[in-house]
Design a protein around this ligand. Structure first.
Ligand code: SF4
Length: 440
């Protein structure tokens, strides 16, 4: 490994799983004596942690990778690394080998633990290093992550996904589902609490199907983390509605640290489309889960993901989605226009929806969701909530920003720096995506 004068920069795309992988990669580089650079333009090592979920992801990825070619030509010691979901696809690896052969290190989502060794070999031998494993049964070892925040942390509890939703590339890029043991996760959470972390976010493509190889469910894991002194908030992401168990719902009643919030992707309100998406639940089952959650936790905030214009979606199917949105009353939603992902079954469906129809539906859907979110946010005005301050607000000059227990973003006035602390904030006004307030 090189000395401490060397620097690195990680460029991260995609979901929180990728964000956390980047924290781990940053931890490995710092353990090897590298310091974080302000910009990739001046770093000795650049790591692009890629995502393949968004539309035109390949084009964007290769466009950005190409920007480093000149740097590589000018400085042969500069080390360019690519990791994440993109190189899990054989056609992407082929393309890198053929047209971006100057890339030094390529590794996949399941070989992150190999990175320090790949870097060492690249430096010592000057040879390119590729390490992609397809569908390994190994669970990547969690390394000391370079966390983005001192007071909150991400913890991976499962890797991969077994669900094969027909629109999604993730099972092909992140492999089959694997769970860590409860003992291992709890040990990590305890160490984080000892290091000053008060909020943990448990991560996985489908956390609800977490199953300790030695026995124990996701609900068991939450109950154990709830008992860790120092941890004050527990969140998790992402849930699959088909796997929400009565035991998990009971945790909202019994575990005081489990935040009153759930992200419950519905994707569509039409049974016909849900079947074509291979989601394994119908509208009735989804609404039943929402009802059960609200029975034990009446104030729970619910967010979701919705795709419009999935192949074969008729006007009637879309109306079903709108009526479900109104019935649930979401706090927020990530809405997407369906776009083909090469290699997924839905990309081959013949009845693709015209682009103008998809766009019109997205606008109408967002109007419904935003109106509902604003109505809900207005009910917070005049009340006081405990907020975990995350630092300066990016929106308002001089304001601080933080999250309530139910994940509302609050921008608040109050002179002193309370970053990392739980503070009481009185809500003074509501917007569609955030609340404004003042420190009490
Ligand atoms: S549950 Fe479906 S959408 Fe989520 S990662 Fe797995 S296949 Fe993709």
């Amino acid at each position: 490994m090189r000395g401490s004068e060397k620097t690195y920069k990680i460029i991260t795309f995609g979901c929180q799983m990728n964000e956390h992988d980047s924290e781990n990669i940053g931890g490995m580089l710092e353990a090897a004596g590298y310091a974080e650079a302000d910009s990739p333009d001046v770093a000795d090592v650049v790591v692009m942690n890629t995502c393949s979920v968004r539309e035109h992801a390949d084009k964007r990825f290769f466009g950005m990778l190409g920007q480093f070619k000149k740097r590589k030509e000018e400085d042969p010691d500069f080390i360019m690394c690519v990791c994440g979901c993109m190189p899990q696809q054989p056609r992407i690896i082929r393309e890198i080998r053929e047209h971006f052969a100057w890339t030094d290190i390529v590794f996949g989502t399941q070989t992150i633990g190999d990175f320090p060794e790949l870097l060492r070999k690249r430096i010592e031998t000057g040879k390119k290093q590729f390490s992609i494993v397809d569908n390994s049964q190994e669970i990547p070892e969690e390394q000391g992550a370079k966390r983005l925040y001192k007071f909150k942390a991400l913890i991976n509890i499962t890797y991969g996904c077994n669900n094969f939703c027909t629109y999604c590339i993730v099972p092909y890029t992140r492999g089959r589902e694997k769970s860590r043991t409860i003992e291992d996760v709890v040990k990590e959470a305890r160490a984080l609490a000892d290091d000053g972390v008060v909020e943990v976010m448990l991560l996985g493509q489908n956390v609800n199907s977490f199953r300790d190889p030695n026995g124990g469910s996701f609900a068991d894991l939450i109950r154990e983390i709830n008992d860790i002194p120092g941890i004050r908030r527990i969140r998790f992401m992402t849930s699959h509605p088909k796997d929400i168990s009565p035991e998990l719902i009971a945790c909202y009643r019994d575990c005081d640290k489990l935040c009153k919030q759930i992200h419950l992707p519905v994707q569509s309100g039409s049974d016909r489309i849900l079947k074509r998406m291979n989601r394994h639940y119908d509208r009735e089952r989804y609404l039943g889960v929402v009802k059960d959650l609200r029975r034990v936790c009446p104030d729970i905030a619910i967010s979701t993901d919705i795709i419009v214009g999935f192949p074969g979606e008729t006007e009637e199917d879309f109306r079903d989605t709108l009526s479900l949105v109104d019935q649930v009353g979401y706090d927020s939603a990530f809405t997407f226009i369906y776009s083909k992902r090469e290699g997924t079954p839905a990309a081959m469906f013949p009845d693709q929806v015209p682009e103008d129809v998809k766009h019109a539906r997205l606008i109408e859907l967002n109007e419904h969701i935003n109106a509902g979110a604003l109505r809900k946010n207005q009910t917070y005005v005049g009340k006081t909530y405990e907020v975990l301050c995350e630092g300066r607000s990016t929106k308002n000059d001089g304001a601080w920003a933080g999250r309530t227990d139910d994940f509302k973003l609050v921008n608040f006035q109050g002179g002193r720096d309370v970053t990392g602390r739980m503070v009481d904030v009185e809500i003074t006004s509501a917007k569609t995506f955030s609340l404004d307030g003042r420190l009490v």
